[in-house]
Design a protein around this ligand. Structure first.
Ligand SMILES: NC(=O)c1ccc[n+]([C@@H]2O[C@H](COP(=O)([O-])OP(=O)(O)OC[C@H]3O[C@@H](n4cnc5c(N)ncnc54)[C@H](O)[C@@H]3O)[C@@H](O)[C@H]2O)c1
Ligand SMILES: [Zn+2]
Length: 346
């Protein structure tokens, strides 16, 4: 599943042409159709029927949108020789990858991530799927992209809040696997980093994720460390989405990392100075997510429903130190409650 690092839209186009794909179909959302697909095609329009574009947003990462995508492919009777290009953020690569994984039991797809989050995370590793009611990524499968193309030029039109959201996953990569990388990242000015400077950081993040995934593609062990910050983060994201006050995935994960680092002080070797350094950096970049004492019961319920749990125990991936993460660590309900309270009272 090669990753190609390409500096210009023209070179991305040339690379795709060089693969000699007979027919390709684009899956994208409306924003990326406007800002990314047309730029990639040099202003040319794709013939009708060759593009499936959906309403942006997590609330549309559903079986309903998935079905509409399948419908377009079936109307064109795509064969297994054809190929799908997913051009967009993580919602597009998750949803488009799932459409490709299921259509006629699977056809090839190429990921062209356009958000920072999708470049460093969602477009790699083969997890594809959609949400089910309030449960994130509850329906899905594993199918890696045939190729992934990284072109940081796309970041020029990405809204600044989306850039920050993606940056949280990069911080996570440093925290779980590489303390030097974490220290490099905390000195970055996220809003003023140029496309060419992003390229090196993006590559480091992809290398970290890919090394973990190749050791454990189906997430039976080590891959679980990529879920650091996500048990709590997903609960926050789902809860606020359901309450019609959605927050970005990365911002929810950033809060999740602060809360899970706090839990780590009680159950792993993480020292309180490191947990404080994580909290201070994340709060200064992301501020606080508006969760309150009244939300705690629901957040705990959502964590108990999390796919990563066995029996009734919540198991988390928690830091032993900055750059070192463990997984499958049982965490009591009392510790979760105390950590949520700690965050709420910050
Ligand atoms: N499969 C995985 O391993 C994995 C890992 C991490 C996250 N995810 C999933 O990724 C999703 C979040 O991804 P995301 O943050 O990229 O969300 P997203 O796909 O919604 O993209 C964010 C927003 O930015 C817009 N956008 C994207 N690129 C743009 C560009 N270049 N210019 C202008 N606008 C642009 C999109 O239209 C959207 O409105 C979540 O659903 C999460 O569950 C999956
Ligand atoms: Zn994530």
């Amino acid at each position: 599943m090669p990753v190609h690092y390409i500096k210009s839209f023209t070179d991305v186009n040339a690379l795709i042409q060089s693969w000699g794909i007979e027919n390709y179909y684009v899956i994208t959302d409306h924003n990326c159709e406007t800002h990314c697909v047309s730029k990639l095609l040099g202003g040319q329009k794709l013939p009708t029927g060759r593009i499936f574009s959906f309403e942006p947003g997590e609330k549309n990462k559903t079986l309903h949108t998935f079905e509409n995508g399948i419908e377009l492919l079936s109307q064109n009777n795509l064969s297994r020789k054809d190929c799908i290009l997913n051009i967009g953020g993580g919602i597009t690569t998750d949803l488009g990858g799932f459409v490709a994984a299921c259509y006629k039991r699977g056809i090839d797809f190429i990921n062209i991530p356009t958000s920072l989050l999708a470049m460093v995370d969602a477009a790699h590793g083969g997890k594809v799927g959609v949400n089910h009611k309030h449960l994130k990524n509850y329906i899905g499968s594993f199918k890696p992209a045939k190729h992934t193309i990284i072109c940081p030029e796309f970041l020029k039109t990405l809204p600044s809040d989306e850039l920050e959201s993606g940056f949280a996953e990069m911080l996570k990569h440093g925290l779980i696997a590489d303390s030097d990388y974490w220290h490099d990242l905390i000195s970055i000015d996220v809003q003023h980093t140029t496309a060419s400077n992003w390229l090196n950081y993006i590559k480091t993040s992809i290398d970290i994720k890919s090394a973990i995934v190749s050791n454990d593609p189906l997430e039976t062990g080590e891959r679980k460390i990529l879920n650091f910050g996500h048990t709590v983060g997903h609960a926050i994201e789902s809860h606020l989405l359901h309450a019609n006050t959605p927050v970005h995935h990365g911002n929810a994960v950033a809060a999740g990392m602060v809360i899970e680092a706090h839990i780590g002080i009680s159950v792993t070797d993480l020292n309180s100075q490191s947990a404080d350094a994580i909290k201070n950096h994340i709060l200064s970049t992301y501020g606080k997510i508006p969760i309150h004492r009244d939300d705690i019961d629901r957040l705990i319920e959502l964590m108990l429903a999390d796919k990563k749990n066995h029996n009734d125990n919540v198991r988390m991936s928690l830091l032993n130190d900055i750059g070192d993460c463990g997984y499958d660590i049982p965490v009591s309900e009392e510790l979760m409650r105390n950590a949520l309270l700690y965050y709420i009272d910050l």
